[in-house]
Write a protein that binds this ligand. Structure first.
Ligand SMILES: NC(=O)N[C@@H](CC(=O)O)C(=O)O
Ligand SMILES: [Zn+2]
Ligand SMILES: [Zn+2]
Length: 343
């Protein structure tokens, strides 16, 4: 039997939600990951260090007994985030990044940034104290084709921002295009990127296999095969700029199977296994540990985890639905096979 032992991975982009939903999904991540960067797009968003402290306490309290999982908190950047708030966040020791959602770009992003100029005092303070900016990199202009919004964002927002604040650490979150992969690979060392398992495994055909597939809809939306290939190349290249970020984003089944379905895939139940499939398909299982367990901590200035996880090459079938508070969610690969299994 084929087995694979890795330093325990971390998830550098995770949505845990709150309340009953949090309690339902958190055990999946605790089983796999040592730490995770917790996205702040709650309703209302986590915009202050005080709110982040309270959210962190709720996450810690919801961990299964005996779990040492550590949530790494983030603040949600708005047009009004002050330099003082950034200094408080850094001083807290538990806030590890600040998330930029262009207003209207994705789930719960209404309070997001309307122009970089307005966020400049906060961004300057982040560069000064060394707090990374985490970016949902899509323009929101409805005139731009949805499949092009990430590539256009690089030119319109990302490059000018890096030029203006060369000392700012920036993570280009959940990259989905060849353009983003090539841009990050060539950028200075203070620019990194997360890549999801689903963007490594699927192209946009998966949205329409046999009919419209709401559980394959996320943002940024799946792209064509050439882009998926570029992401696999980046993730398996050995470059320290690319690291694991699932963007596991749970939504209730009824909110996805709807006339206007929510964006987001739930992958936390099989995260490291799905990445192992993608790396195995690329003949690069030997590169998985760096991507999953080493590059992220190095970028964030943290030590790697001290323990390991072991995967076996064994088929298993994902549950058709999982409990989600008083409702249920449909995980990625529901009722289908995953080829690696966490021991
Ligand atoms: N990725 C998604 O499709 N959805 C995320 C938000 C995000 O990361 O953009 C969510 O919070 O549901
Ligand atoms: Zn996003
Ligand atoms: Zn996300």
């Amino acid at each position: 039997m084929h087995t694979l032992t890795l330093i325990r991975p971390d998830d550098w982009h995770l949505h845990l939600r709150d309340g009953d939903a949090l309690a339902a999904v958190l055990p999946d991540t605790c089983r796999q990951m040592g730490r995770a960067i917790i996205m702040p797009n709650l309703k209302p968003p986590v915009t202050t260090t005080e709110q982040a402290a309270a959210y962190r306490a709720r996450i810690l309290a919801a961990r299964p007994a005996g779990s040492a999982f550590e949530p790494l908190m983030t603040l949600y950047l708005t047009d009004r985030t002050s330099a003082d708030e950034i200094r408080r966040a850094k001083a807290s020791g538990f806030v590890h990044g600040v998330k930029l959602y262009p207003a209207g770009a994705t789930t719960n992003s209404d309070a997001g940034v309307t122009s970089i100029d307005k966020a400049m005092p906060a961004l300057e303070a982040m560069a000064e104290v060394g707090l990374p900016l985490l970016v949902h990199g899509e323009v929101t202009d409805p005139a731009i084709d949805i499949f092009d919004r990430e590539a256009v964002f690089i030119e319109q927002v990302f490059e000018p921002l890096i030029a203006r604040l060369p000392g700012l650490k920036v993570v280009f979150e959940h990259i989905t295009t060849r353009q983003a992969a090539e841009y990050v690979a060539a950028a200075p060392a203070n620019v990194g990127a997360t890549i999801t398992a689903h963007h490594l495994l699927m192209n946009r055909n998966a949205l329409f296999v046999g009919g419209v597939r709401p559980h394959h809809f996320c943002l940024p939306v799946l792209k064509r095969e050439t882009h998926r290939e570029a992401l696999v190349k980046a993730a398996t290249s050995g470059s320290p700029k690319f690291f694991l970020g699932t963007d596991s984003a749970p939504h209730a089944r009824h909110a996805k199977e709807s006339a206007c379905g929510c964006a987001g895939m739930y992958t936390a139940h099989a995260a490291i296994e799905l990445y192992a499939e993608a790396f195995e398909a690329a003949g690069a299982l030997d590169r998985l540990e760096a991507f999953a367990s080493l590059n992220g901590p190095a970028f964030y200035g943290l030590p790697a985890n001290a323990d390991t996880v072991t995967l076996v090459r064994e088929d298993w079938t994902v549950e058709p639905v999982l409990p989600f508070g008083d409702t249920e969610l449909v995980p990625l690969r529901a009722g289908e096979t995953v080829r690696w299994k966490l021991v």
